[in-house]
Ligand binder design. Structure first.
Ligand code: NAD
Length: 253
């Protein structure tokens, strides 16, 4: 894979790098994105109609079981070379802020530290009415189970369509986007706000914005460099091209 020398030079010179990832980076780990058809039992459902508070109110059992299925996929999945390359990138640049819209925890499992999770994590639970964080509950036949503190139904600790993002995570992400000199957008359709505006804010502040995605997105016309390809192939190749010593440091191929 060949990259423009000016991209490699910008990467080597960057002091502060911000990275935004979306579902696409986990696709090569076998976790479907929202815009791919789902498989098996869930093929008939539209994820955008399950990942809402309205859907949970209407049919909490259905939403709970969909998340149980997704959680099982995530537990069985492994981080792929794209996740691992971003973990390695933190060792090559003075400051790296990794912001993700994913709820699968694969960046952390790949060894990335300080990941900003904009949309929560499906391995954590809160209750629907009062948002109490819950890690254990009495097993009964009821699905979803109930909050041990207030008795309301449990739900995954993720941000559903129409809900606000965690304020502190969003603040940190916006600060990183505004102060970086290079912003990397990986595997996101750039449709879901407010995450989609982060690369634009970076661009406005003069950062180079690089997009990695096999398909063009709404963001593509605004980026400095668009690299067409899969994250698991492009990111390790980019690191090896920018820092040939990366290959010797066990960067996955
Ligand atoms: P999306 O489903 O809207 O878009 C995925 C993007 O990834 C697309 O642009 C697609 O072209 C690209 N893509 C597909 N394969 C790729 C690959 N191998 N390498 C790089 N890019 C690839 O996802 P989104 O933008 O993250 O937004 C939708 C919402 O879906 C987010 O809120 C996110 O939390 C949620 N989601 C998360 C997961 C997860 O945690 N793994 C999975 C599905 C959906």
């Amino acid at each position: 894979m060949k990259f423009d020398e000016f991209l490699l030079e910008a990467l080597r010179r960057a002091r502060r790098v911000a990275v935004l990832t979306g579902a696409g980076i986990s696709a090569e780990s076998g976790i479907p994105t929202f815009r791919e058809a789902q498989t098996g039992l869930w093929a008939q459902y539209d994820p955008q109609e399950l990942a809402t508070p309205q859907a949970f109110r209407r049919n909490p059992r259905l939403v709970w079981e969909w998340y149980a299925w997704r959680r099982q996929l995530v537990t069985q999945a492994e981080p792929n070379p794209g996740h691992l390359a971003l973990t390695a990138l933190a060792g090559f640049v003075p400051q790296l802020t990794l912001i993700t819209q994913n709820v699968d925890g694969l960046h952390q499992r790949a060894g990335s530290a300080g990941v900003i999770e904009l949309h929560g994590n499906l391995t954590r639970y809160i209750c629907f009415d009062r948002r109490h964080p819950v890690s254990a509950w009495a097993e009964t036949d009821e699905v979803p189970p109930r909050c041990p503190l207030c008795g309301s139904r449990l739900r995954p600790d993720v941000v559903w369509f129409g809900e606000s993002l965690p304020a502190e995570a969003l603040r940190q992400a916006a600060t990183a986007a505004r102060s970086c000199d290079l912003f990397l957008s990986v595997g996101t359709s750039a449709l879901v706000q407010p995450a989609a505006s982060l690369p634009l804010e970076a661009r406005q502040q003069g950062a180079m914005v690089v997009e990695v995605n096999p398909k063009e997105t709404l963001l593509t016309p605004y980026v400095s460099v668009y690299v067409a390809g899969r994250a698991g192939e492009v990111l390790p190749a980019l690191l090896r091209a920018a820092w040939p010593s990366a290959a010797e440091n066990g960067l996955p191929g």
